[in-house]
Design a protein around this ligand. Sequence first.
Ligand code: ADP
Length: 179
Amino acid sequence: ATRLINMINNLLNIDRIESGGLEMFIEAVPLSELIESSLVAVVSLAENRGITLQQELPGEEVYLLVDRDFAIQVLVNLLSNALKFSPKGAAVTVQAEATSSYVKVSVVDQGPGIATEFRQRIFHRFEQATIADARVKGGSGLGLAISKSIVEQQGGTIGFDSEEGRGTTFWFTVKRVDV
Ligand code: ADP
């Protein structure tokens, strides 16, 4: 029942975000806070799966123009996917690179990669690469669809680079602001 309710809420939120009907509270949020809050949410999943979480962040603090809760939702979703699809004992790394106008946040995993034929559907609602992804890994195929709508509503882009059998890097960009 909880999964069903989450699924319905996610669907409603995607529609609201895409129609501009869900208000976002955009403010300057330190990158370190976004990373910390997101890692806290997935640390027990990482421990359960024996996966090491690593960080590669800029030396100086940078500020992002985002809705704090929605930005955390996106990063938690990318981290949970990376953890779910990684083999035991692997590492998952969150990286961030800043230019003067934007920040690119990436989640790097050593999982199976994204099959070529699945790539153009991966951000669509209810799409999962295999039936086993729902049954064995849980999830509903909505996480990436909602992440895309959040990132785009914040004026950024989302994408991935992947090599089958070697791993995947999911990334998104957000605006940077000086405070
Ligand atoms: P969910 O994780 O709930 O199934 P998502 O929309 O977040 O839904 O992901 C959709 C599908 O994309 C997953 O079921 C999986 O098939 C594939 N996928 C997402 N992230 C990864 C990843 N890091 N490595 C391999 N496959 C992935």
